[in-house]
Design a protein around this ligand. Structure first.
Ligand SMILES: [Zn+2]
Length: 307
């Protein structure tokens, strides 16, 4: 493929900065008068799912109610280069993307309207990426999503009986068992979860109770970026560059959740979509057993790590 570092029609390419909405953050780069002047750039989403202003709660009859979709929806432009996928960036560049996540998480957490922050990345058409230029998104929601509230409740119940967080205990079981482990470092474990809902789904989770994501130290952030890049490279090697989504799941901001629920990253390669069977019963079918997927990814990691 011909390298095309700049695309004139792309709003995220250098030189087109005026085509985006207000700039919220940048990591500066390049000498004065040379290059784009930035290495990572964050702007408001031009087509936000959540707006700055909204109405108020409305009850409509006995069954329905309307809540205003007020919050934050930002785009993190990961690199000035139009065609360099995140997995192909250098470690220092990935670290800078993680720094941008942390900085924007902090800004969202300081917003009194925001109850929950999620960072995600859509790669490729099957993952519903609307623009090619490498970017992630951050949403600051005015509510806690029901499944997060459910996980928090279970984590609280576990914490009441045990001295450690539920997810941390699960991660240590995965490390000890090893059959679904892709790799483990001192701080992080990368594994295919026991009940993976998607083929070759991968989680990267801390092995200790981390600080809230906006307070994570540089060393952890660096290791997270490195583990994420290795996992994406292993998936690309094993599955032939699949489209994917990844999500940085964090505990809700204001529910005193920090001590019982760590943040973690979930990577979902988009290989198949659910059909009537899954929709009808709410249970997913995977074609590859998690243990077999982990074995493939360990083998792939060995090949890409050697490059
Ligand atoms: Zn571009």
């Amino acid at each position: 493929m011909t390298s095309r570092p700049i695309d004139r029609g792309c709003p995220f390419c250098p030189g087109n900065e005026e085509k985006t909405t207000a700039e919220l953050y940048r990591i500066p780069g390049g000498r004065a008068g040379e290059g784009p002047g930035w290495r990572v750039r964050v702007v408001e989403n031009k087509y936000p799912a959540l707006g700055q202003l909204g109405g108020s709660h409305q009850a409509l009859g006995r069954f329905w109610q309307i809540e205003p979709a007020v919050g934050r929806h930002e785009v993190i432009v990961e690199t000035p280069a139009h065609d360099r996928e995140l997995a192909g960036l250098g470690l220092e560049e990935v670290f800078e993307v993680m720094q941008a996540y942390r900085a924007r998480f902090a800004a969202a957490a300081a917003d009194p309207r925001v109850q929950h922050v999620v960072v995600f990345r859509n790669q490729g058409r099957l993952a519903h990426a609307s623009l090619v230029h490498p970017h992630s998104q951050l949403a600051g929601l005015p509510f806690v999503p029901p499944f997060v509230a459910d996980v928090l409740e279970r984590s609280r119940a576990h914490a009441a009986e045990s001295s450690t967080a539920l997810l941390l205990e699960m991660v240590e079981e995965e490390v000890a068992d090893g059959s679904r482990l892709v790799e483990g470092t001192e701080r992080l474990a990368t594994f295919v979860p026991f009940a993976a809902a998607h083929d070759h789904e991968v989680w990267i989770a801390p092995r200790y109770l981390p600080r809230r994501f906006d307070g994570v130290d540089d060393e952890t952030l660096d290791q997270l970026g490195s583990a994420l890049r290795r996992a994406l490279r292993a998936l690309a090697e094993a599955l032939g560059d699949p489209d994917y989504n990844y999500i940085l799941h964090a505990p809700p901001l204001r529910n005193d959740a920090e001590g019982v629920l760590p943040w973690y990253v979930q990577i979902i390669p988009r290989q198949s979509v659910g059909a009537g069977f899954e929709m009808g019963i709410g249970v997913r079918i995977v074609a590859t057993a998690p243990e077999a997927a982990a074995e493939q990814l360990r083998s792939a990691l060995g090949k890409v790590a050697a490059v």
